[in-house]
Write a protein that binds this ligand. Structure first.
Ligand SMILES: C[S@@+](CC[C@H](N)C(=O)[O-])C[C@H]1O[C@@H](n2cnc3c(N)ncnc32)[C@H](O)[C@@H]1O
Length: 223
């Protein structure tokens, strides 16, 4: 489990010296939680009676599902992103993460419209977008804090440059790039402002930035 940044609650707990050693996750709890979010949105007026009744029926089905009810859940250790991605790097690309199916169509539309130039793939991981950009004629610099993810990126995209670094202190000079792409990574930073300031610093003035933060709770599976 990687700690998603931005958890105010967790920050307050930690400031008070409390740090739960593990997190208990149960698939039924996750699914009921999703139903709960949907029902609360309906409560606030986003959906109608039919929607509410369908969610309630789903909740009953979930509670009748023996495989879910009898699942023992998993106990997940807490760790930092470097530790988590060291493990996840081996399986990050295979089997394919279904999350890619939702971000790639949107990102590809944006990237396809860019004139060729120098692109920073910030928190590039194994080079998913670096590969896409190099294939479209861009010069790409990928930066990531995980050496294991970077090793894979280097093999996958030999024509790009990969540097180890942190989103808060990018190893690039001011105005070095025409575009910053950052996919599925901002969920890991506790505060967006310093990272956005760093993106602005390395961008040539007056050019676009595209960011896809990822969904809450989209941390990778436990090692
Ligand atoms: C879910 S992966 C996304 C990788 C790639 N952008 C993609 O879309 O496939 C998140 C990446 O962010 C990197 N990361 C997390 N926090 C970081 C930080 N503060 N600085 C640099 N990289 C970071 C991780 O090492 C990991 O490779």
């Amino acid at each position: 489990m990687l700690r998603a940044g931005g958890s105010k609650c967790l920050e307050l707990f930690e400031a008070a010296g409390y740090c739960p050693p593990v997190i208990y996750q149960h698939p039924l709890a996750y699914l009921l939680g999703l139903e709960g979010v949907a029902l609360l949105r309906a409560w606030a007026g986003d959906y109608d009676r039919e929607f509410v009744e369908a969610r309630l029926a789903e909740v009953r089905r979930l509670l009748d599902d023996e495989a879910l009810v009898n699942h023992g859940g998993v106990v997940v250790g807490r760790g930092d992103t470097a530790t988590g991605y060291r493990s996840w790097s081996a399986t990050y690309d295979e089997p394919r993460n279904s999350l890619f199916d939702s971000d790639e169509p949107v990102m590809h539309d944006i990237l396809d419209a860019l004139p060729s130039g120098t692109v920073l793939d910030a928190a590039c991981g194994t080079g998913r977008y670096a590969a896409y950009l190099v294939a479209r004629g861009h010069r790409v610099v990928g930066v990531d804090s995980s050496p294991e993810m970077l090793d894979r990126a280097g093999v996958r995209v030999p024509d790009a440059t990969f540097l180890r670094g942190d989103l808060h202190r990018l190893p690039l000079t001011d105005g070095a790039v025409d575009v910053v792409v950052c996919a599925l990574a901002l969920v890991h930073v506790p505060s967006l402002a310093p990272v956005m300031a760093e993106f602005a610093r390395v961008l040539r003035p007056g050019v676009p930035t595209g960011c896809h933060a990822g969904r809450p709770g989209c941390s990778p599976p436990p090692p």
